[in-house]
Design a binder for this molecule. Structure first.
Ligand code: PMP
Length: 448
């Protein structure tokens, strides 16, 4: 049966499909009322099912850093698919995965020279947490079993990630989660840091939460702490000045591993390869995905410090193999996509471009101050957050209406709670930045 029904905007979609696909992080019921479908994309724009162009203000889901359907990447994928489509990931290899690992090691901060491949940000997080726990065991410090995360942290959706993550809504349906986890406070403080650009002025003292938690549980029981250098999904929370450095010091003091979740901030979004470079703080493990393959093929990579890798290499014989990995770790087509993505970033100087655009971006987004409903704005790298005053008793409603209106007006934004999050592809032009701001002004004046 190919039942079709006209819907708003002239789209025609098979209605039976809207039941079959149980959509992630979406209320299917709401989506069915006004489906929004993309059927094409090029550079900075999506094409909708009814033929409209939509400016991509979010790089898909913070991932399409080089813009859409870039020929170099699509051609590399087609070529690889015809040449070697799949190779077993365990005990076997293929050259592209090794080439990619070397290229990534050269891109990563000094000392993080070893790469473990995954297929997503969530898998990268699990991998990092497991490496941290296993590392201490390999060294004979198995008593280090605790993991520390942070309120409002987003580390994907698998059990380790939601346990160290700090989003109540993502945790409450799923029982007890991992034990031995504690959380630092988040760093969102719009009262002391209103309309902030770059690192927040106030809040370095929040890093002392790590000391307090370590002392509470006995520091020798703590394996690792994981933070996003800039919390993204919960509304763009740049770190307070000196905060990451202080976390690093406390970790060093107590032998705790520091993990940066750079799934959003990696691959140029901060105007540097990684936020670790931008902030000048090197963690022990970096978690990445998204921009690694321009979001085109699922892929993630975990970067590990030499000392951690060496501990495994020289560990006891019965632990010689890190018992972890995925059928698609270092998949040939994903590796080819990532290599072409890295080439594109380098040839087009996209990280430098993001750096040069950062002040232009900040000025433009901060100029929304004073627009109706806006109560705070945060900008850092090519990321922005416009926080709206919630409608009393109806949290998220205003921002979601803004999302729908922006889509109608040809702009893709993302909302989280009552916060509009922006993270365009790094190829965005100054005119297109202006277009985002103008459209948002119109939209905000229009929503109730
Ligand atoms: N960590 C962070 C910081 C993220 O932003 C995300 C995704 N938004 C993830 C992990 C999870 O990535 P994925 O959806 O690819 O599993």
């Amino acid at each position: 049966m190919n039942e079709s029904a006209p819907i708003r905007g002239g789209n025609v979609v098979p209605t039976n499909n809207l039941e079959a696909f149980w959509m992630p992080f979406s209320a299917n019921r709401q989506f069915k009322e006004a489906p929004r479908m993309f059927i094409g994309a090029k550079d900075m724009h999506y094409t909708t099912a009814d033929g409209r162009q939509v400016l991509d203000g979010t790089a898909g889901l913070w991932c399409v850093n080089a813009g859409h359907c870039r020929p170099k990447i699509t051609e590399a994928i087609a070529k690889q698919a015809a040449e070697l489509d799949y190779a077993p990931a365990f005990q076997m290899g293929h050259p592209k995965a090794f080439e990619l690992a070397s290229r990534l090691a050269a891109l990563a901060p000094t000392g993080l020279d070893h790469v473990f491949f995954t297929n997503s940000g969530s898998e990268s997080v699990e991998t990092a947490l497991k490496i941290a726990l296993a590392y201490h065991r390999v060294k004979g410090e198995g008593a280090r079993f605790r993991l520390i995360g942070r309120e409002r942290g987003y580390h994907g959706v698998n059990f380790g990630g939601i346990s160290v993550g700090g989003i109540v809504g993502n945790r409450k349906m799923f029982g007890t989660l991992l034990t031995g986890v504690d959380h630092m406070r988040h760093t969102h403080d719009p009262v002391r840091n209103p309309y902030s650009d770059g690192e927040a002025e106030h809040g370095v003292e929040l890093a002392e939460d790590l000391s307090r938690i370590a002392t509470l549980h006995d520091p020798s029981t703590i394996a690792a702490v994981i933070v996003e250098p800039v919390a993204g999904s919960t509304g763009v929370l740049p770190p307070p000045k000196g905060y990451l450095k202080r976390l690093r010091e406390i970790c060093d003091q107590h032998g705790i591993l520091l993990i940066f979740d750079e799934v959003i901030t990696g691959y140029g979004r901060m105007g540097a390869a990684f936020a670790a470079d931008h902030f000048g703080v090197t963690p022990d493990i970096i978690v990445s995905a998204k921009g690694l393959s321009n979001g085109v093929i699922p892929m993630g990579a975990v970067f590990v410090r030499d000392t951690i890798y060496e501990a495994f290499m020289q560990g006891p014989e019965h632990m010689i193999e890190f018992a972890h990995g995925y059928t698609y770790s270092g998949n040939p087509i994903a590796s080819a996509a990532a290599l072409a993505t890295l080439d594109t970033y380098r040839e087009e100087g996209l990280f430098e471009r993001a750096k040069a655009l950062t002040p232009v971006w900040a000025d433009a987004i901060q100029s929304l101050k004073g627009t109706r409903h806006v109560i705070d704005i945060r900008t850092t790298g090519l990321i922005g957050a416009v926080e709206l005053e919630p409608i009393p008793g109806q949290p998220t409603k205003r921002a979601f209406s803004a999302f729908l209106k922006a889509y109608e007006k040809g702009l893709l934004i993302r909302t989280t709670g009552d916060i509009i999050a922006l993270s365009p592809p790094l190829i965005i032009s100054e005119d297109q930045i202006g277009e985002i701001v103008d459209t948002l002004k119109m939209v905000l004046n229009d929503v109730e």
